[in-house]
Structures are given as C-alpha cells and as structure tokens.
Write a protein that binds this ligand. Structure first.
Ligand SMILES: Cc1cc2nc3c(=O)[nH]c(=O)nc-3n(C[C@H](O)[C@H](O)[C@H](O)COP(=O)(O)O)c2cc1C
Length: 411
C-alpha cells in the first residue's frame, strides 16, 4: 500500500478527534475475562499486539454492563470501579502506537444462554425461535424501573471506560441483543412508551445514547453498531434502520458501524452467496451506500472484507469512511502494517467445519470457538494458527462451556 493510499489517510471526527487510518478492528468477543469477570493479562497482551499491528481503531469485544446478564462465559463486566487498575492496563496497551481503543458496551437481553441466565430479561416475554431455542430460557419482560436502571448502567460503564483511558465507546445495538430487541417489532410487543411505533421502539437506544453522552461529555467519541436489518419476517427493516440512523446522527453520534442479523439469522458471520456481494466482498455495502445519502456521520461497514482491493474500493466508490474487519484480525493481527509494507493483499477465511453434518450445523459455534482460540493464542504471545485443528477447538469449547454451548450463539 502506497502511503497516499486512501486506507492510510487519517479520519477526523466531528468532535475533532483524529483516527490515524481507516482500518477498524471490529468487536471480536475474546471470552478472556478472569473468573471474577475482570479483564485478564491475556486481554492486555492481545490488545497490545493489535495496537502495534497498525489499526487506527480497535473496538473491544462486547463488555457487559450488568453482571447478572452475560452473553457468554468469559465476558468482561464493567458495572463499577472494582477493576479500574486492570482496565487502565488494558486501555494503555490498546492505545499504544497512537491507536484508538473503544469499549463496546452490551446487554444480551434474551440472548443470554441457559447456563448463564435462569431468568433472562427482554422487552417482551417472547422466546427465541428455531434450532437455537433450546439453549435459552424464555425471557420475562423488563419492568419500567428496570429499563431506567439499565439506561443508567450503560452510562456508568461508559464513564468508567473513559476514566480508565479508553478513547471512546461503542453501543452494541446490533445482532439481536437487548437494544436490537427493543428496535425489533418482532421481539418488542410492549404497549407502553417503549414499544409500538418506531419512535417508541428506538426510545431505549436514544435514552442509552443520551445518558452515555451526559456521563462522558461532548468531546468523547460514542459510536454505534447497528443492524441494516434483522432478516426476519416482522423484524427490524432497512427502512427502519435508516430512520434510526437519521435520529442518532441528529443527536450527535460520532461513528456508525453497519452489520446485520442475530442468533436466529446469523447473517453477520456468513457470506451471502449473491454474486454482487461476492464481487464486492462486504455483505452490507449496498445498504451502506443508501445510508451514506442520509447522514454525514462517519460510516463503517463490517462483514466480509478480505482483500486490500475490496477495502480500497469500498472507501473510494461507496463513500464509507472506515473498513470494519473481524476474523482477518484474528489471523493477521498486524494486517494494517503488512498492508502498508506491501505484504498483505488478501486472506481467505474458510468456513470452519468438521465434516460431520450433525456438528457442522452449529456452524456459528464452531466459527466463534475456533476464532476465540486464535485470540487466546495471541494473548499468550503465540502466533495465530490458520491450520488449527477444528476438533481441538471443539474439544476446548466442550471443556470450557459444556454441551450447552452447542447453539448458534453470538456475535
Ligand atoms: C469470534 C467472534 C466474536 C465476535 N464478537 C463480537 C462482539 O463481541 N460484538 C460484535 O459486535 N460483533 C462480534 N462479532 C462479529 C464481528 O464483529 C463481525 O461483525 C463479523 O465477524 C463479520 O466481520 P468479518 O467478516 O470481517 O469477520 C464476532 C465475530 C467473531 C468471529
């Protein structure tokens, strides 16, 4: 990559904060918290490696705002200042080399598996459906008081992130988690001020954003990860997503990352077969082009980028501002440095499969488990292992999470 390449250009946000280049490491849940939910040394090492690898902006894997509601075993929880010193170490490592490090804040809502949540909460008591439903207890509806408490928690976690030295936060409003559940007419059947019209369904997100802004101030970057759509009948649609983009842009969001899907429809992890998508790599680029027309907020698209060519084209032709990259960063942690030295042109990420049909139908679990093993390797100071045996990673998943892990979980 020549130094004048568009990928090497700094990006200045509306608040004057500058990100040194256009490489955006998307959130990859590390599941590397200590037993007490605090950040571990492995996390610190992992983020130091990524920061030294040249990315402009690193988004952490999802950090939980409430200890009672985790998306997976091994999630970091930030609900008070007990782990401030460790958080400071994490922030220091991840901001080496002029790198931005933003903490992704999340509440899983009903997407908190049985082994972690007896009594998961959601906007409405609507269970998850499809193959995965057996892995989650049916949720109960949040009370109005609980909703107010969660809003404050998002703000408080953001305040602690700032205090620890993280340079921004990202609200996880995508992938079927709690904020997405509020947005979705399928998952939100409330008849109070939190449900019904789109204005009501987006109230939780708007209040979360406003509370975070109140607690971190005007100059601190707040981003959002939003679904283009849920790809479900009766779910959150592209038209609604555009309305949400308009609203949060007006409110002053600093960066919008576009993704899509949820546990029931894990589109964020799986490339679409459509020819147009294959050619352009990124799954949600067409939608991002529509969004570009209605907002001046900086835009990131995540999902599918594998080549320098595809990334460059997205920036030049589609008007997005940064390229969101997930899995490749688990295999090539210094991808941006390699790109600037002309050593990276593209990477192939093959679907992770055992060849045994009954196991391979849990494709997302295999993928996530396999990539989490790569993150663990980097945290331990080892190199990623692209030929890592899928059976070994499966064995480790079973060891740490038991058979209950066999579900289409996250991302
Ligand atoms: C192991 C793993 C963990 C993930 N964890 C998160 C997460 O915590 N938060 C999030 O927003 N997305 C998460 N994702 C989704 C990625 O951010 C990204 O949207 C997805 O992998 C598609 O991008 P890619 O094709 O570049 O990998 C995860 C993906 C993987 C593979």
């Amino acid at each position: 990559m020549h130094h004048t390449s568009i990928l090497a250009k700094p990006l200045t946000l509306k608040n004057g904060v500058t990100i040194k280049n256009r490489f955006f490491k998307a959130a990859l849940s590390e599941t590397l918290a200590k037993k007490d939910d605090g950040p571990s040394r492995l996390l610190v090492n992992l983020y130091r490696t990524w920061a030294r690898g040249g990315a402009g902006l690193l988004i952490t894997g999802n950090v939980m705002i409430d200890r009672r509601a985790k998306g997976e075993p091994g999630n970091v929880v930030v609900e008070d200042e007990r782990d401030l010193v460790l958080l400071e170490e994490w922030a220091k490592a991840g901001t080496e080399n002029g790198t931005h490090l933003w903490m992704q804040l999340n509440h899983p809502g009903k997407q908190s598996p049985k082994m972690l949540s007896q009594d998961p909460v959601a906007p409405s008591p609507i269970p998850l459906s499809g193959d995965i439903k057996g892995f989650f207890n049916p949720p109960r509806a949040l009370t109005a008081e609980e909703i107010e408490d969660l809003i404050l928690r998002f703000g408080n976690s953001a305040r602690i992130a700032k205090k620890a030295g993280f340079t921004g936060v990202q609200i996880h409003a995508a992938h079927g988690y709690l904020i997405n559940q509020f947005l979705s007419p399928h998952h939100n059947g409330r008849s109070d001020e939190w449900g019904g019209s789109l204005e009501n369904r987006m109230r939780f997100l708007v209040r979360v954003y406003t509370e975070i802004r109140k607690q971190v101030g005007e100059q601190f970057p707040i981003g959002i990860k939003l679904n283009s759509s849920d790809f479900q009948r009766g779910g959150f649609t592209e038209e609604e997503s555009m309305q949400v983009v308009k609203k949060i842009s007006e409110l002053g969001i600093d960066l919008i990352e576009i993704s899509g899907g949820n546990y029931e429809q894990p589109k964020m992890l799986v490339a679409e077969a459509r020819e147009s998508t294959k050619k352009r790599e990124a799954y949600f680029l067409e939608f991002a082009e529509k969004v570009r027309k209605i907002t001046s907020s900086p835009l990131v698209v995540t999902g599918g980028f594998r080549s320098l060519d595809g990334m460059t084209k997205a920036l030049t032709d589609s008007g997005i501002d940064m390229v969101g990259i997930g899995k490749p960063f688990a295999l090539v942690p210094d991808l941006p440095n390699q790109a600037s030295q002309g050593k990276f042109t593209s990477i192939t990420t093959n679907p992770i499969k055992t060849g045994v049909k009954s196991i391979d139908k849990s494709a997302s679990l295999l993928e996530l488990g396999w990539y989490e093993q790569q993150l663990l390797r980097i945290g331990k100071g080892n190199k990623p292992k692209p030929n890592y045996n899928v059976w070994k990673s499966l064995f480790r998943i079973l060891l740490t999470q038991g058979t209950a892990a066999f579900k289409k979980r996250r991302s």
